[in-house]
Design a protein around this ligand. Structure first.
Ligand code: ADP
Length: 805
């Protein structure tokens, strides 16, 4: 205990009085402080504590009573006992004032030294007691405080120990000074391991540098430090924790120590990582339509994030399963795994893994790959050894589920990380698989759509009309050819019922057989009326699940040709049959031995044979000529010819067989310039025209052959007054085999080759041929043959018309 020695304050304005007092009190052994004025006394009282004050009453300026009152007014000094010492005022009123001013005693001079000493002693003793008590009280208080502190530290420790979090403290340099119970439980460390570096030993090596850096150089006014790190658990696995360190500072603000806590955020962190992974994977999946490439990227992403190994298998079109990705951070491990796969190819009957998952469509989770599991997979002892070398410890495989079938599987395995997959990991895997499956289907759908778009482009461009009816009979596709053939635009057709769009659909539809998809479709020829004209359409139909596809082509021209061909055959055979019958009849009659034929009749019959034979050879010649013209094998020997001479010759020849009611007249100038032609072929042309004029003038009349020159050509005109030709037919009669009256209702025969041959022959010499006619009033055929001069670039000689007449 620390108690200051008592002091006594002596106040008297007279030095001798003070000396006397000092002499009396000296033996008590206390420190004596003597002052000669009230002011000096107050000053002393400010600086020191006194056990007792001995005070003179009569003093100049501030007397004893006044001083005593001031002393009693001050908090620090009011408890100090005051003894008045006076030689003067023994009066009652003075004494009373002295007590009123706070005196404890009143001593009159002359006083007994012993009495004074004993009185002072009492007060000193009292003071000392009080001092002692106070010191004791203080000591006690400190002790209590210390005790209190100790118990609160203990309480804090208990609190820290009871906390579910890891708690530790370190000095400002990061050396551990305390670790709570949870720390020991979680890390599995024993009390002997708990040195200053204990916490550093259980933080993952990859995460320690960042934590240390923060702790070693915290910002000036740091309130709290935070860092996420993996902390090793007793079983050797690492779990993510959020580390928090709060600095404890002294009064000067210096960091005295750190209180650290670590909260397990492993699950949250995993979910975050998984989410990041899923987002990154989805991003990769949505970037490209090459799903094989993106799945390889996804496998690469999965490695490290969710597994040590990742493989992707897909089911191909032919139902075989192909591995399209295998990823691991270490390429040598992949090489090893591949070698293993090559040596022991996974068969479709594999009990576990991608093939099994694709087969069942169910996810597979093996949290712990035990030896039992390996034995189940292994084919033989060596295989088992090699599998063990892979060091797989956990495995999961999820199917890639498409809308209608399983598209493949993603396999995740862990090895060196020691990670064990659980149900949550499986959910992540399945989520990834769901997105991957969507990506695969989208890519395939896109490709199909592309192919379909291509098909639509093809449909648009092909020559056949194609249209598609849905189940309700509405048109869903109407291609360009359909538009062209029917004259109904795509716009008009789409979405409308076929019955309202396709001309005479009600009649057509029942006639077209609808084949099932995959069967050969049978085409049916049906008439279609479009804009008042009848088209012949060949139409076939194939039904499919959503409706019917119709394909059709316009056969009108082909049909016309076909009709024509049939007509030709009948015409030509008829034309051949007529002379043949005549010859046959004549020959039979001539051969008869039973009747004696007169010479006249015999001659007539022979004439028939000769004439009809000539007719036959003419027909055959025409056919031959037409075919030569078609194949381009007929040569024209173009020379300078005299048109007048040629016309004259033909007229003479024609006149030999001319019916009686027909008159043949030539109208030509006397002289005509020569033309450039093949004389024989030009004669054939004129012969055909004159023959026709005669043939198609059943009532006879005058046939005029007129020749007129112009600058470039000579024009021949063969005019009759016969049947005439309707204007709509005037071009067609020059077509091969075309006859105005194929059925010969007018009784006039022919092959329909004459005018065709004329046209072709005239064309070969760069001439022109055409007809002008009024139905029933005769026809005039014109032929223009170029002048020789026009062809060879000189003015030719003129010939006398009469020369050859
Ligand atoms: P063909 O006379 O052998 O039938 P063509 O080619 O010479 O064949 O003539 C074709 C068709 O043109 C004839 O069938 C006939 O109907 C018509 N024709 C040709 N010349 C005349 C004509 N002078 N008067 C009327 N019709 C004609």
């Amino acid at each position: 205990m620390n108690v200051t020695p008592p002091q006594l304050l002596l106040v008297d304005d007279r030095e001798d009085n003070l000396l006397a007092l000092e002499a009396v009190l000296e033996p008590l052994g206390h420190r004596l402080v003597s002052v000669t004025s009230g002011a000096a006394a107050l000053k002393e009282l400010l600086a020191n504590d006194f056990a007792c004050i001995l005070l003179d009453v009569q003093m100049p300026e501030l007397d004893g009573f006044e001083l005593a009152e001031l002393i009693k007014q001050r908090e620090r000094s009011k408890h100090i006992p005051i003894i008045f010492v006076t030689a003067l005022s023994k009066e009652e009123k003075h004494v009373y004032r002295g007590y009123a001013a706070g005196a404890v005693d009143y001593i009159f001079k002359p006083f007994e030294p012993d009495v004074l000493r004993s009185k002072v002693s009492v007060f000193v003793e009292l003071w000392e007691k009080t001092e002692q008590l106070q010191a004791q009280a203080e000591e006690l208080h400190e002790e209590e405080l210390a005790q209190l502190e100790q118990s609160s530290a203990e309480r804090y420790r208990q609190l820290a120990d009871a906390m579910p979090q890891i708690v530790w403290t370190t000095d400002p340099l990061g050396n551990g000074t305390y670790y709570n119970r949870r720390f020991l439980e979680y890390t599995g460390l024993g009390p002997s391991d708990l040195d200053s570096a204990a916490w550093k030993k259980i933080v993952h090596l990859d995460d320690l540098p960042a934590a240390l850096a923060k702790l070693e150089a915290p910002p000036e006014d740091v309130q709290i430090l935070e860092e996420e790190a993996r902390i090793r658990a007793a079983d050797g696995s690492y779990r993510w924790h959020l580390g928090r360190a709060v600095p404890m500072r002294d009064e000067a603000g210096r960091i005295e120590f750190w209180i650290g806590t670590a909260t397990d955020i492993h699950d949250r962190r995993l979910i975050e990582d998984q989410r990041t992974f899923i987002v990154a994977a989805s991003d990769a999946l949505s970037r490209s339509l090459d799903y094989r490439e993106t799945l390889r990227q996804v496998a690469q992403l999965a490695v490290g994030e969710v597994a040590d190994w990742c493989a992707v298998h897909v089911v191909e079109q032919d139902d075989t399963v192909t591995e399209i990705a295998m990823a691991h951070t270490d390429p040598t491990k992949i090489a090893f795994a591949r070698e293993l796969e090559e040596r022991y190819p996974p068969g479709p009957e594999q009990p576990m893994g991608a093939a099994a998952v694709i087969r069942s469509g169910e996810s597979e989770l093996v949290p712990e790959i035990s030896d039992d599991v390996l034995e189940r997979i292994a084919v033989d002892g060596l295989h088992l050894d090699l599998l063990r070398q892979l060091g797989l410890c956990s495995f999961m495989c999820v199917p890639l589920k498409g809308r209608n079938r399983i598209l493949g599987a993603i396999t995740f395995s862990s090895s060196e990380s020691g990670r064990r997959f659980d149900a949550d990991d499986l959910l992540v895997g399945e989520e990834l698989a769901r997105r991957a499956a969507t990506a695969i289907e989208n890519a395939r759908l896109y490709r199909e759509t592309e192919e379909r778009a291509q098909a639509v482009r093809v449909l648009a461009t092909i020559g056949d009309g194609v249209f598609l009816l849905d189940r309700s009979g509405r048109i869903r596709l109407w291609n360009n050819a359909a538009e062209r053939i029917t004259g109904v635009s795509e716009q008009e057709a789409l979405g409308r019922p076929a019955a309202e769009t396709v001309p005479n659909w009600a009649r057509v539809a029942p006639r077209v057989p609808v084949a099932h998809a995959g069967e050969p479709a049978r085409a049916e020829s049906v008439p279609l009326e479009v804009d008042g004209r009848e088209l012949w359409i060949s139409m076939s139909a194939v039904g499919y699940e959503d409706g019917t596809v119709y394909a059709f082509r316009d056969l009108t021209e082909e049909r016309a040709l076909e009709t024509m061909r049939q007509d030709i055959v009948s015409t030509v055979s008829h034309e051949l049959r007529t002379p043949l019958a005549a010859i046959y009849g004549a020959a039979l009659t001539l051969r008869r031995g039973d009747i004696d034929l007169e010479q006249d009749l015999r001659d007539k019959l022979l004439e028939i044979v000769a004439e009809e034979s000539a007719r036959l050879s003419e027909i055959v010649n025409d056919l031959l000529l037409a075919s030569q013209l078609d194949t381009g094998t007929l040569r024209a020997n173009i020379q300078e010819c005299d048109p007048l001479e040629i016309a004259q010759l033909e007229l003479d020849a024609a006149r030999v067989h001319l019916p009686e009611n027909v008159e043949l007249v030539l109208e030509a100038p006397e002289e005509l310039p020569p033309v450039a032609a093949d004389a024989g072929q030009l004669r054939q042309v004129l012969s055909n025209l004159i023959e026709n004029a005669v043939k198609y003038s059943p009532k006879g009349g005058t046939i005029t052959v007129a020749l007129r020159p112009s600058h470039h050509h000579v024009r021949f005109a063969v005019a009759d007054r016969g049947l005439g030709i309707p204007s709509s037919e005037q071009r067609k009669i020059f077509e091969k085999f075309y006859r105005l009256d194929p059925d010969m209702t007018r009784g006039v025969g022919g092959t329909g080759l004459g005018l065709y041959i004329c046209r072709e022959l005239v064309r070969r010499v760069d001439g022109r041929i055409w007809v002008e006619s009024e139905d029933g009033k005769g026809s005039t055929f014109f032929v223009e043959i170029p002048l020789e001069s026009a062809v060879n670039g000189h003015s030719g000689r003129r010939r006398k018309a009469a020369a050859t007449a």
